[in-house]
Ligand binder design. Structure first.
Ligand SMILES: Nc1nc2c(c(=O)[nH]1)N[C@H]1C(S)=C(S)[C@@H](COP(=O)(O)OP(=O)(O)OC[C@H]3O[C@@H](n4cnc5c(=O)[nH]c(N)nc54)[C@H](O)[C@@H]3O)O[C@H]1N2
Ligand SMILES: Nc1nc2c(c(=O)[nH]1)N[C@H]1C(S)=C(S)[C@@H](COP(=O)(O)OP(=O)(O)OC[C@H]3O[C@@H](n4cnc5c(=O)[nH]c(N)nc54)[C@H](O)[C@@H]3O)O[C@H]1N2
Ligand code: SF4
Ligand SMILES: [Mo]
Length: 727
């Protein structure tokens, strides 16, 4: 019998509404949900293709244990968790709790029970080596937030629905559908800005899918700090800053002026390749209209990314656009996440000079993933002996995968929870099968503060788990219980436990979520408000979600800022030294090209390459370069090239295209498959671009420990053929 169920996609951040068709407990189709208030009938090819992941014959459906000969055998859940717990106890007693590590990958951020219970599991086991995709994605943005507003949770969002002038720096929303900003149908919303007389400028080294639709302003990779300093310089020099107004909300304005004084646009044009007059025009326009500057991974992965994010906000602040309708605004989460953060500090912690290797900061407890290999191979009391990986493929997603693979081989215990055997977990002792997204109940908790409109939606599981797949939270809790370290005290759990104890129920992710909903906007306050929201009511009575208002409120900045004086802090010695460091960088003529990434519309990081429908008639993995660079270097269009950095080299075909600036090479990340269970992906030619990235502490962002993945200095060499990779 066929049934239709209302749900939503959790591959990326718009969480598009979906109607699932289910037959005999099998997901047989998806269509976009026309009644979803945000996506309004839109879904992208990745989202639509998810049934092929759900039903993939290559999925791992039973716990797997590594045999001595390196192959995997199926074992029962009981055997797997008991043996893991036994080995955990042994390693803890022999080397101490600090020998444990956890890597939490990107899909965990869109899966509340995995994220929440992974954090609790780490606390229970005393794991301090916590790594995540964040140090390849968001942490520089978060540290800029910490410096400016004293908190990490609420970051400025471009008010796309009301702005008249949007500057996108290092973001490609037509392909990525926006990130750290949950908004539906973004490609249309960008056109709507122009339709109401506004303008969208895309500052990007590549003429991206977004740039093609709007106004492209090419920039040399890794030079945004110079551009932003010049914009700030012009704002002051041309008296465009309403000083009295800014002084009301921010301190350190004068220090910022001085910081930017040496950088008039004429002094930075050569570094950015943006003409001085264009920079002056940008600065003027930003103060004349409702404007917003927004950046994403292109501004988070360079060599000084905290500085870039800091300066980007400084421009929004100085131009009078922060906390303004049509400017940048702060989200209003429906669940009481901000209160919870203020109470526990769980999501806003920042500790400078914390890590054993490199003395780097931790951001929300996360150490730089670039140090994973070194933390495994460097002797000492905190050397990593055991690693848990959930929803991550760091061999392809973090710097220097080959180095990490070698280090993984030396671990005493490695456990991975995933849908597939991957390049990473092929090195594990155990691979445990996770439920795929339509097999679980969910609500986008971590994105709560990033919604442009106050909105909440929960979905039930639409199909039962395939095979023996289980929720990550259940798996982790069982291991911790068997290891004798669960339950454990934690403010969040205590809160839910308090509630659960009243009715003598165990604490589960579901009860924590229900508690948050009941205490949140529209919540039933445990019966005080009749017909208020509970998790069950949200699912049963509001399948397409609840929209509380058309837009988030503005004029709330004092409530967002967590500095004691309730002002934005624009003066920081760390920022000053970052500007000095910029000026000290010497370019190496041996590596005169700059490497950037390129997200593809039909791919999600490393893990949707097994879906035939997404790969049909697609060009194979390749580098993009300007035709004149291709000619000058003696390369040929579609011919092979070797890219060399100070850290490694890769070989792949090159595509000549005028849609990229000269001196720039673009290569998508997440390729270079081999050894996983994803048979089709393994057959695709491709190279791991992160073999070119550095794990040397000197190459990371000192303020955030962010990996340097965009603007890596490389050279291109002519070769006769590409060395084969994969199977
Ligand atoms: N050069 C370069 N490198 C980059 C980037 C870049 O732009 N350039 N981008 C960075 C960014 S932004 C990110 S987010 C990271 C991603 O880094 P990672 O999170 O390490 O890598 P993914 O490729 O997203 O791998 C996700 C894994 O989770 C599995 N998975 C999928 N769904 C589920 C699920 O529901 N449960 C479980 N348990 N597992 C699941 C998949 O099979 C896959 O193995 O890559 C980063 N690396
Ligand atoms: N189709 C698809 N969608 C995705 C993903 C995916 O893999 N595929 N991944 C999801 C994830 S995990 C994330 S974090 C988001 C990321 O969302 P986005 O950041 O919007 O996605 P990217 O396509 O990486 O866009 C980064 C842009 O920065 C540009 N850039 C690189 N270096 C520089 C620089 O130095 N300066 C400037 N100004 N620009 C630069 C690149 O050319 C690129 O166009 O996308 C999400 N959505
Ligand atoms: S844009 Fe695509 S992948 Fe992202 S949530 Fe929407 S349908 Fe899913
Ligand atoms: Mo990401």
């Amino acid at each position: 019998m066929q049934q239709e169920k209302v749900t939503f996609c959790r591959i990326c951040e718009p969480f598009c509404g979906m109607i699932a068709t289910v037959e005999n407990d099998r997901l047989i189709g998806l269509r976009p949900d026309k009644d979803h208030p945000l996506s309004r009938g839109f879904a992208c090819p990745k989202g639509m293709a998810y049934p092929a992941v759900q039903n993939d014959p290559d999925r791992v459906l039973h716990p797997l244990r590594k045999r001595p000969d390196g192959t995997f055998e199926q074992v029962s859940w009981h055997e797997a968790t008991s043996e893991i717990a036994r080995r955990v106890r042994h390693i803890r007693s022999r080397y101490g709790a600090r020998s444990g590590a956890f890597y939490l990958g990107n899909p965990a951020a869109l899966n509340y029970s995995n994220a929440l219970w992974s954090l609790l599991f780490m606390r229970a086991l005393g794991i301090t080596h916590f790594f995540s995709a964040g140090s390849q994605d968001t942490n520089s943005r978060f540290v800029a937030n910490h410096l400016l507003y004293g908190q990490i949770m609420q970051i400025p969002l471009p008010d796309i629905h009301h702005t008249e002038f949007l500057v996108l720096m290092g973001a490609n929303p037509v392909v990525s559908h926006m990130s750290l900003c949950s908004v539906g149908r973004v490609a249309e919303e960008l056109h709507a800005i122009e339709n109401r007389g506004g303008r969208v400028v895309v500052i990007d080294p590549r003429r991206t899918e977004t740039a093609r639709e709007h106004q492209w302003l090419p920039i040399l990779p890794d030079s945004d700090a110079w551009l932003l300093l010049s914009i700030i310089n012009v704002l002051f020099a041309e008296n465009l800053v309403d000083r009295a107004r800014v002084a009301k909300i921010a301190s350190g304005v004068e220090s910022l002026r001085r910081l930017a004084t040496p950088f008039p646009p004429e002094a930075t044009a050569e570094r950015t390749r943006i003409p001085a007059e264009t920079v002056r025009g940008l600065a003027r326009d930003l103060t004349q209209k409702r404007s917003a500057v927004y950046g994403r991974t292109g501004t988070c992965l360079g060599s000084a990314p905290t500085l870039v994010n800091f300066l980007m906000d400084a421009v929004n602040i100085l131009a009078g656009n922060i906390d303004q309708r049509g400017g940048v605004v702060f989200g209003e989460p429906v669940l009481p996440l901000v209160q919870l953060d203020a109470y526990t500090d769980a999501f806003s912690s920042y500790v400078p000079a914390k890590t054993r290797i490199g003395a780097m900061p931790t951001v929300m407890g996360q150490e730089p993933a670039a140090f994973m290999a070194a933390e495994m191979t460097t002797p000492g009391p905190d050397q990593i002996r055991m690693l848990f990986v959930s929803a991550g493929n760091p061999v392809l997603s973090t710097p220097n995968g080959p180095e990490l693979e070698n280090a993984l081989a030396g671990l005493d215990l490695m456990v991975s929870i995933d849908l597939y055997v991957t390049e990473t977990n092929q090195h594990a002792d155990f691979i445990l099968p996770a439920t795929a997204m339509y097999e679980r109940e969910d609500l986008p908790v971590a994105n709560g503060t990033f919604y442009l409109q106050p909105f909440v939606q929960a979905t039930p599981a639409v199909v039962p788990p395939r095979g023996q797949a289980r929720l990550e939270a259940e798996i982790l809790q069982e291991i911790a219980e068997k290891a004798g370290v669960w339950p454990m005290p934690n403010p969040l759990v205590r809160l839910a436990a308090g509630v659960a104890n009243l009715v003598h129920l165990p604490v589960t992710p579901r009860r924590v979520l229900d508690t948050l909903i009941r205490l949140g906007r529209g919540g039933d306050r445990f019966g005080l408000r009749r017909n208020g929201l509970t998790l069950d009511r949200l699912i049963a009575n509001h399948p397409h979600g609840v929209m509380f208002a058309d837009a988030v409120e503005v004029g709330r900045i004092r409530r967002v800022i967590r500095h004691r004086d309730k002002r934005i802090h624009l003066h920081h010695p760390e920022i000053r030294s970052e500007v000095q460091r910029l000026g000290q960088r010497r370019e190496d003529p041996d590596f005169s090209l700059r490497l950037i990434g390129q997200r593809e519309p039909r791919s999600e990081n490393s893990w949707m390459h097994n879906v035939a429908a997404l790969r049909a008639a697609r060009a194979p993995h390749a580098a993009r370069m300007h035709p004149e660079d291709v000619d000058d270097l003696g390369l040929t269009h579609l011919g092979p090239v070797r890219l060399v950095s100070a850290s490694g080299h890769i070989e792949l075909p090159v595509i000549a295209t005028a849609d990229i600036s000269r001196g720039v090479v673009a290569v998508p990340h997440g390729w270079g498959h081999g050894g996983g269970s994803w048979k089709r992906a393994n057959r695709e030619p491709g190279a791991n671009v992160n073999a070119l990235a550095s794990t040397n502490p000197a190459d990371l962002d000192p303020l955030s420990g962010m990996s340097h993945l965009s603007g890596i200095r490389v050279r291109a060499e002519r070769i006769d053929s590409v060395a084969p990779t994969g199977e």
